[in-house]
Design a protein around this ligand. Structure first.
Ligand SMILES: Cc1cc2nc3c(=O)[nH]c(=O)nc-3n(C[C@H](O)[C@H](O)[C@H](O)COP(=O)(O)OP(=O)(O)OC[C@H]3O[C@@H](n4cnc5c(N)ncnc54)[C@H](O)[C@@H]3O)c2cc1C
Length: 402
C-alpha cells in the first residue's frame, strides 16, 4: 500500500502521524526544517531554554489531555491572573475564580467591582453550554467585550491587554466566540510550560514515531499530477496527502493568493538578569493605550526555574512589531521597571511573522484542497490554538483512514 504523505511536522502534522501510526497505516512525515515542531520549538542558549516565541500550554484543552502524556512533560504552572500597570506601579491581580482570598484586595485597589463579578458569573454560566470557538457570533471580541459593560479599570487594565496578548492582536478583531472559548479555558484550566520548554511537546509526539517514517530538512516543492515533489529532486507516490503546512506555505503549494491581514505577527525577546523583584508567577500586562510597543513580559524562570542557569533569571518580552530592536525594547522596559538603567543582558529574539492565523480567511484554500483531493490540517483550518492544531491533526488522519 502506498503511504499517506504528511507535509509539515508542526503539532497538526505530528498529531496526524501519531494517529496513523496507532492505526498501523503507512505514512511519511516530511518537514522542511531540520527539526520538528513548527511554531512549537525550544532551544538551549548559553544555559537558558528559549521557546521560539512566548506561549503556554492550557491544560484544560480536551485534545491536549487526550494526546499528551502531561506527567512526562513535568509542567510548571502560572498563577491565574496578571500584574497590571495601574497609576505607574505594578499591581498583582489574581483570578477571583481560583484565588478567592485575593478578591478583597482587588476590590480595594479598584481593579474589579462587584458588578464585574456578577457579569463574569453570568458569562461563566453561558460558557458552560456554549463556548465553541466556531459558533457564528458576529461581533468581534472587542465589540463583545465592550457590550458587556465591565468597569473601566477591569476592562482596560486587565481584560483588554490580557486578550491582546492571547490573540497577538491590538484590535481584538477575532470573533467573539473565540474570546468566550479562551475565557473558559483560563477560568477553568491552568496555563503551564514543560520543564524542557514548549518544544518538549513536539518532541513527545516525535519520540513515538519510527525514525524511518520521518524526513527532516526536506521541503515539498510541488503537489502536481498526483505526485509529491521534494526539494532534493525525489518524487513520491502516495495514497493520500495530508497538507499540514503553515497557512502561507499551504497557500503556495495550492497556488492560491493569501488575503492581506490574514496572519498576525509577533516577536519575543529574551534577556538574562541577576534578579527580578516582583513576586508571583504572573505575566505583566502593558495597556496598549500607553502607546507601548510591548504587549507583555514575564520572568519565566519564576515559573519554570529550569529555563535559566543557577544565579540568573530569564525575562521574556513580547511585542507585536517585528522590526523593533532589543535596544528599543530595553528602553521601554526601563520606563516600566526602574526609571534608570536596566541591567539586563540581551540573549536572543525570535521574530515570527506568521504567529497566529485570523479566522474567516481560509475558505478558498479549503475549497481548492477539497477539489484536488488533498486533506488540509493546521490551526488555521479551525481557530488559532494548540487545541485546534491537535484536533485538526487527528481529524485529518481519521479522514485519510476512512
Ligand atoms: C508566538 C506564539 C504564541 C502562541 N501562543 C499560544 C498559546 O499560548 N496557546 C496556544 O494554544 N497556542 C499558541 N500559539 C499557537 C500555536 O503555537 C499554533 O496554533 C500551533 O503550533 C500551530 O501548529 P500547526 O501544526 O498548525 O502549524 P505550524 O506549527 O506552523 O507547522 C507547520 C509546519 O509545516 C512545515 N512546512 C511548511 N511548508 C512545508 C513544505 N513545503 N514542506 C515541508 N514542510 C513544510 C513548517 O516548517 C512547519 O514545521 C502561539 C503561536 C505563536 C507563534
Amino acid at each position: 500500500m502506498k503511504p499517506i504523505v504528511i507535509i509539515g511536522a508542526g503539532i497538526a502534522g505530528l498529531q496526524a502521524a501519531n494517529v496513523l501510526y496507532e492505526a498501523n497505516i503507512p505514512f511519511i512525515l516530511i518537514e522542511k526544517q531540520a527539526q520538528v515542531g513548527g511554531r512549537v520549538q525550544s532551544e538551549h542558549f548559553q544555559g537558558f531554554i528559549l521557546d521560539h516565541g512566548f506561549q503556554v500550554l492550557q491544560t484544560s484543552y480536551p485534545e491536549v489531555q487526550r494526546s499528551l502524556r502531561l506527567k512526562d512533560l513535568d509542567l510548571s504552572y502560572f498563577d491565574a491572573g496578571a500584574y497590571l500597570w495601574l497609576d505607574h506601579t505594578w499591581t498583582s491581580f489574581y483570578s477571583p475564580w481560583q484565588h478567592t482570598f485575593a478578591l478583597f484586595q482587588a476590590f480595594e485597589k479598584g481593579i474589579i467591582h462587584f458588578s464585574d463579578l456578577f457579569k463574569l458569573a453570568k458569562l461563566w454560566l453561558r460558557i458552560q453550554w456554549d463556548a465553541t470557538p466556531e459558533t457564528n457570533l458576529q461581533l468581534s471580541s472587542w465589540e463583545y467585550i465592550k457590550s458587556l459593560n465591565f468597569s473601566n479599570n477591569f476592562r482596560e487594565s486587565f481584560l483588554k491587554p490580557f486578550f491582546q496578548g492571547i490573540f497577538l492582536d491590538n484590535q481584538l478583531s477575532q470573533p467573539a466566540s473565540l474570546f468566550l472559548f479562551y475565557l473558559k479555558q483560563f477560568l477553568e484550566g491552568k496555563a503551564a510550560i514543560p520543564k524542557a520548554g514548549m518544544g518538549a511537546i513536539s518532541q513527545q509526539l516525535l519520540d513515538v514515531l519510527p525514525p524511518s517514517c520521518v524526513r527532516l530538512g526536506v521541503e515539498v516543492k510541488s503537489l502536481e499530477n498526483g505526485k509529491v515533489e521534494l526539494s532534493n529532486g525525489e518524487v513520491l507516490d502516495y495514497h493520500k496527502v495530508i497538507l499540514a503546512a503553515n497557512p502561507t506555505a499551504a497557500a503556495t503549494l495550492l497556488d492560491i493568493p493569501l488575503a492581506k491581514g490574514a496572519i498576525l505577527q509577533s516577536k519575543t525577546f529574551y534577556f538574562s538578569a541577576d534578579k527580578f523583584e516582583n513576586e508571583g508567577k504572573l505575566l505583566h500586562l502593558i495597556p496598549q493605550n500607553e502607546e507601548s510597543e510591548i504587549l507583555h513580559f514575564t520572568c519565566l524562570s519564576k515559573i519554570n526555574p529550569h529555563c535559566a542557569p543557577q544565579g540568573k533569571v530569564l525575562m521574556s518580552v513580547t511585542t507585536l512589531k517585528v522590526d523593533i530592536s532589543e535596544g528599543e525594547v530595553l528602553r521601554e522596559m526601563e520606563k516600566y521597571l526602574c526609571q534608570g538603567k536596566l541591567n539586563w543582558k540581551f540573549l536572543k529574539a525570535f521574530s515570527i511573522p506568521e504567529s497566529l492565523p485570523k479566522q474567516g480567511f481560509w475558505k478558498h484554500i479549503k475549497q481548492k484542497a477539497h477539489k484536488k483531493g488533498i486533506i488540509l490540517t493546521g490551526d488555521y483550518t479551525q481557530y488559532p490554538s494548540l487545541q485546534a492544531a491537535f484536533a485538526s491533526g487527528r481529524l485529518a488522519a481519521e479522514s485519510a483512514i476512512s
